[in-house]
Write a protein that binds this ligand. Structure first.
Ligand code: PGA
Length: 251
């Protein structure tokens, strides 16, 4: 049975003091909800505080990006080793906002993915089509291509530490959600691609999340779908009650 993973993506929100208050409030609300793994991916400067505040709880902490070099002249970047040392367990790679605003390509997403896995981090690999691609009827080709390019050179053993987040770009932060059927269908296409690359057993094992305006109102229906094994949640992960409601929907 594959794990359901409910992960928050805070984006550029929350200071360290807000982080401490948030996690202190959230921890008792999600205590004992063991039918899913619970992750909060937070800004770099919040990670140490988040790890400390989450100690003894079932909340796992991740980063929102990672550089692919081990060290060197990359002003402003953060390495996988740095993340590991301050206690991050997960990292988001390839989020559409990174791809759109910061020039990330499938090539750099692949490099970041491999560097993170080599350091022992769990990767939440984001991919998904833009609106024009869905309207043109090429969603399946796009997500399949991204899956292949972003995972190039990732071994079957390393794949066990990869979660894929299917995030249709048109649904992120827009209030528009893919229908449960659309989410299921496209997550299914990604699973089929994984089967072609790594075999059926690996495809059955891998957690594939849906992301894009998932909230307390639509989570249950989305999570009920066969191929949707969790959610990557932006806006609704910034409120303890809404995030808890999504965790409850997965439980
Ligand atoms: P959203 O963001 O839930 O605010 O749409 C999702 C994401 O960007 O991961």
């Amino acid at each position: 049975m594959r794990r359901t993973v409910i992960a928050g993506n805070w984006k550029m929100n929350m200071t360290p003091s807000q982080t401490k208050a948030f996690i202190t409030e959230l921890a008792p609300m999600v205590a004992g909800k063991d039918k899913c793994d619970i992750v909060l991916c937070v800004p770099f400067v919040d990670i140490a505080t988040a790890v400390e505040a989450a100690k003894g709880s079932n909340i796992h902490i991740g980063a929102e990006n990672v550089h692919f070099a081990e060290s060197g002249a990359y002003t402003g970047e953060i390495s996988a080793k740095m993340l590991c040392e301050i206690g991050a367990e997960y990292v988001i790679v390839g989020h559409s906002e990174r791809r759109t605003y910061f020039g990330e390509t499938d090539e750099t997403v692949n490099l970041r993915t491999k560097a993170a896995l080599a350091a022992g981090l769990k990767v939440i690999l984001c991919l998904g089509e833009v609106k024009e691609q869905r309207l043109a009827g090429i969603t399946d080709e796009i997500v399949s291509m991204q899956t292949k390019l972003d995972l190039a050179g990732v071994s079957a053993e390393e794949l066990k530490n990869v979660i894929i987040a299917y995030e249709p770009v048109w649904a992120i932060g827009t209030g528009l959600t893919a229908t449960p059927e659309q989410a299921d269908e496209t997550c299914g296409v990604i699973r089929k691609t994984i089967a072609a690359l790594y075999g059926e057993a690996a495809a059955e094992q891998i957690t594939i999340q849906y992301g894009g305006s998932m909230n307390d109102g639509n989570a249950k229906e989305l999570l009920a779908k066969t191929h949707v094994d969790g959610g990557l949640i932006g806006g609704a992960s910034l409120k303890t009650d809404k995030f808890t409601a999504i965790v409850n929907a997965a439980n």
